[in-house]
Design a protein. Structure first.
Lengths: 153, 82
């Protein structure tokens, strides 16, 4: 399941959806949250913009590439857009596999890929009231490079 | 016509999210970019101020791509989701 949505998501609902088959022996989930500090500045909230159409295509491709590498029985990627306040959930990746190795690796791969390739942009509002587009991080590019991707979005 | 989209910081700086451009004289993305540099007085400064990513028909590319009527070209900053 892939979704780009404004509304929040529920961990238990998503977990139950992943746990749908008796062949599943491992579920790994990752959740990204709105943090109160970025590059030493206090953040009060943020807005997420995306490229409708391309973002969804890109997420579908990310999951397709993960499925080509690892044994994945069920998968969920949810990414929120719009205005979000501190501690709100931004992104959810859940992988259900027979064994934990596939689930851990696929979950990390999807997050590394998503952070550097999927067309989302964060704009932060600081406690001072100033707004600022978040800059891409070199560390995220380095995280992606370890997967030796052939095709990107 | 070629549909041109701008996102995030770039759309804010240009003051535009979407343009339709007559495709007769524009053969590829390089020519489109040259056209955009002159589209409004202050656009060359913005467009040359950093590296922007480019997607043609919703696929990212760093190459010069031949354009046809009805194509969609988007420019945006490096992505920061997740």
């Amino acid at each position: 399941m892939i979704s780009v949505q404004k509304q929040d998501f529920n961990q238990q609902v998503e977990y139950n959806r992943l746990k749908s088959k008796t062949s599943i022996g491992a579920i790994v989930t990752f959740t990204g949250l709105v943090r109160d500090i970025n590059q030493d500045q206090r953040v009060s909230d943020l807005t997420l913009e995306h490229y409708p159409g391309m973002t969804e295509k890109c997420l579908i491709d990310i999951v397709r590439q993960a499925k080509a590498r690892w044994n994945i029985i069920e998968s969920t990627v949810i990414h929120r857009i719009g205005a979000l306040t501190l501690s709100e959930q931004i992104v959810f990746v859940g992988i259900a596999s027979q064994h934990r190795g596939d689930a851990f690796a696929a979950c990390e791969f999807i997050m590394d890929y998503l952070k550097t390739q999927a067309p989302f942009w964060k704009k932060e509002t600081m406690e001072s009231g100033e707004t600022k587009w978040v800059d891409a991080r070199e560390a995220d590019q380095q995280a992606l490079s370890k997967w030796n991707l052939e095709n990107k979005c | 016509m070629i549909k041109v989209l701008f996102f995030a910081k770039l759309s804010e700086q240009l003051g535009t999210r979407e343009l339709l451009i007559e495709s007769n004289n524009i053969k590829d993305t390089e020519q489109l970019f040259q056209h955009l540099l002159k589209y409004q007085a202050d656009w060359s400064g913005v467009l040359n101020s950093q590296i922007w990513l480019k997607a043609v028909n919703q696929s990212m590319t760093t190459k010069n791509v031949v354009l046809n009527d009805g194509d969609e070209v988007a420019y945006f900053p490096p992505v920061t989701g997740g």
